[in-house]
Design a protein around this ligand. Structure first.
Ligand SMILES: Nc1ncnc2c1ncn2[C@@H]1O[C@H](COP(=O)(O)OP(=O)(O)OP(=O)(O)O)[C@@H](O)[C@H]1O
Ligand SMILES: [Mg+2]
Length: 497
């Protein structure tokens, strides 16, 4: 219906004030910002009420399958009707065929209509049907019917329903846009959530979430990744995660530990050899670079390889070609390289112990893994994770025990925590982990402290503040002092600067 058509105004005059008010109410409901599915049912209830119908039906029409599907169907008791067959499919069909509003009185005696089984079964007396037109196509149908004991519908009801269908048609655009946005939103949220987490990599601290995001991003590329972090921070775990999250995850993942392995052995492992290349080479052997082709190759403890082997490695990374030892044939390789070290490569470069050119080759995408003491908030989660890993029993961890774990500096990082928990579970013969089950090596730095007690107080306070991201309440709690004490000490320190 076009509101500019001359007869529109005439038609508006035909509807009662009550119906006009209802239309106004409906348009407000459907335009409300907080759209929910219930709104459609609510508006249908209003329609049933105002046209004095017994039931209302709102269906979507699939042009291709020539099928109707219920959006909502309601009876006078404001209950849902789930079964479409309770309504007259013949009348729905007629509305779709003509594309016009239809009004049928006394359908029981109308031979064209009474043949429909549902009309007879439901004892329907009068039916109103209007198409919902969207983009010049029939999007759906609104139907209202009434039974023997109710009044017949009239022209006024038909006009009302027609207006209603127009409002619905306008609202549908908005609804479908909202639904699309909602779906998109869920998808994006899911993706963000997924990117904040890496399976098997436990930790929800801000630094770990950032790390997970970074890992997710770089995993999808072929860039060489250099994992930097103290021993036990999870470098191997992350290397594997990068492979698992990459497009190469259906191809091989190979790792080679490069620390303290004789050069010749490491070289033959990496590049392979030809039969007769050296004494003992009684067969051809593929190198790991070759086997990892298409997949990922993790070079662990890269700082430990000799300068001679560094030169060879550099060539392979530059040319993406290898030659097996004793062979002359060049083999193309396509392995994504991830390298890791717990050493300070910059320093080694300065000391001429690591080739600068190789450093830059490997340092395409450096990923720093923070030590556990810088994400102490992850300790509880990791502790529960390891308890589960090492025990089938439900083991409870006492508050004091957790406090002890959270106050330790974890020089051996997650690996050390893992070992401590494993040991604690062996020592614990109940289902409660107590402080006495936790065996920690002395915090060497703290024990060897040579300053005064006052100095130590200061060092400890600053260290703890850093550990808790400058949160004074948590710092005070962990030190067993009041927040006021922390504030006073800081003031004192600042005054003494
Ligand atoms: N975030 C984590 N979540 C769960 N387990 C972890 C995490 N980080 C490390 N681990 C576990 O801690 C142990 C040590 O991790 P990993 O071997 O990856 O450390 P690394 O950095 O390679 O150490 P190193 O330099 O000594 O080789 C492993 O058992 C690993 O599964
Ligand atoms: Mg390792």
């Amino acid at each position: 219906m076009n509101f500019y058509e001359p007869d529109t105004i005439e038609r508006i005059r035909l509807i009662s004030k009550e119906q006009f008010d209802t239309l106004y109410q409906i348009s407000r409901i459907l335009n409300s910002v907080n759209y929910t599915d219930r709104l459609i049912s609510d508006t249908l209830d209003l329609v049933i009420d105002v046209v004095n119908a017994e039931r209302g039906l709102f269906v979507q029409y699939d042009e291709i399958k020539k099928q109707f599907s219920i959006i909502t169907a309601r009876n006078i008791q404001k209950e849902d009707i789930a079964d479409l067959s309770e309504f007259s499919s013949g009348i729905l069909q007629k509305v779709v065929e003509t594309g016009q509003p239809c009004l049928y009185h006394d359908v029981q005696s109308d031979p064209n209509i009474s043949q429909f089984q549902s009309v007879q079964l439901q004892n329907i007396k009068s039916v109103l049907g209007v198409p919902i037109i969207k983009n010049e196509r029939i999007w759906g149908v609104i139907l209202a019917d009434s039974r023997m004991n109710r009044k017949e519908f009239n022209e006024e009801n038909l006009i009302f329903l027609d207006f209603f269908s127009n409002i619905v048609s306008l609202a549908l655009d908005k609804i479908s846009k909202l639904e699309t946005l909602e779906k998109e939103n869920i998808l994006l949220r899911n993706r963000i959530e997924a990117e904040k987490k890496i399976p098997k990599l436990i930790g929800e601290s801000v630094v770990m979430q950032k790390l997970a995001l970074l890992i997710n991003k770089v995993a999808r590329t072929d860039a060489t990744v250099l994992l930097l972090g103290e021993s036990g921070t999870g470098k191997e775990l992350i290397a594997r995660a990068i492979h698992d999250l990459s497009d190469r995850n259906d191809k091989p993942y190979l790792a080679q530990f490069c620390g303290s392995i004789p050069d010749t052995l490491l070289e033959s492992e990496l590049f392979g050899f030809k039969k007769g290349a050296f004494t003992g080479a009684s067969f051809d052997k593929k190198g790991l670079f070759e086997v990892a082709s298409g997949g990922t190759f993790f070079l662990d403890e890269i700082a430990d390889i000799s300068l001679a082997l560094q030169a060879k490695l550099l060539r392979v990374l530059q040319s993406k070609e290898i030659m097996r030892l004793g062979d002359t044939k060049v083999i193309q390789i396509d392995a994504r390289v991830i390298a890791a070290t717990n050493k300070d490569l910059n320093l080694l470069v300065k000391e001429d112990k690591f080739r600068e050119d190789l450093f830059y080759r490997l340092n395409v995408f450096p990923v720093k893994i923070p030590p556990l003491r810088e994400r102490i908030g992850d300790v509880p989660l990791l502790t529960y994770h390891f308890i589960k890993k090492f025990s089938d029993k439900k083991i409870h961890i006492e508050t004091d025990t957790m406090k002890m774990l959270e106050e330790y500096s974890w020089p051996g990082n997650v690996r050390q925590l893992e070992n401590v928990i494993q040991r604690a579970i062996i020592l614990c013969d109940s289902n409660k982990l107590l402080p006495e089950h936790i065996v920690l090596e002395e915090d060497s730095k703290d024990a060897n402290f040579m300053g005064t007690l006052r100095d130590f107080e200061k060092v400890l306070l600053l260290k703890r503040l850093k550990m808790y991201n400058e949160n004074r309440t948590l710092t005070a709690k962990s030190l067993g002092v009041s927040v006021r004490w922390v504030q006073l000490k800081l003031k004192e320190m600042n005054g003494n600067k």
